[in-house]
Structures are given as C-alpha cells and as structure tokens.
Design a protein around this ligand. Structure first.
Ligand SMILES: [Ca+2]
Ligand SMILES: [Ca+2]
Length: 90
C-alpha cells in the first residue's frame, strides 16, 4: 500500500473521501487539473523533469477519463484508484 494513499494524518481514507479531498473546488467532480494533484501526491512523477511529468500526468488523465468528457467521475476515479493500487504492489 503506497503511503500516499493515506490521508495527511496517516489514516486510511475511503475512495469517496479521497475523491472529495481532491475535488479542490468542491463542484462534485475531479477535473484534469485536480487529478494532477492526486498523481503528484502519489509520487508517480517523482524525479521526472517537468516535461516528462506533464506527459505522464496527461497519460494518467487520459486513462482515467474513460468517457473523455474532461472530468473524472467517481466511478472513473475508483477504477483508476484500484488500478494504481494493483500497480503499486510490485
Ligand atoms: Ca472539481
Ligand atoms: Ca469522464
């Protein structure tokens, strides 16, 4: 379990809590800019140049935004979250 899937207080958060947490403007959905924060907090782009990081973040956004409407719905976020957890175990 990546430590970054824990809240700032070290307590595990539910996906719903995470989703609300990263919905920075509180409009009920996570847009690509808000997802960027999530990706960065997960340290998935650590050590990369800004340019490389932007590319990686873009690819995560594209992957997460299944229906391509520019927002990451809760269902889309939950799917990405589960994929990241699997991927982070190795
Ligand atoms: Ca939002
Ligand atoms: Ca979407």
């Amino acid at each position: 379990m990546p430590k970054t899937l824990l809240s700032a207080t070290g307590k595990r958060m539910s996906i719903r809590e995470l989703y609300n947490c990263y919905d920075g403007d509180g409009n009920g959905s996570i847009d690509r800019y808000e997802l960027r924060r999530f990706i960065m907090d997960l340290e998935l782009v650590q050590g990369l140049s800004d340019e490389e990081a932007a590319t990686v973040i873009d690819s995560y956004c594209d992957r997460a935004d299944v229906n391509g409407d520019g927002d990451i719905s809760f269902a889309e976020f939950a799917k990405l979250h589960s994929e990241l957890k699997v991927g982070a175990d190795g």
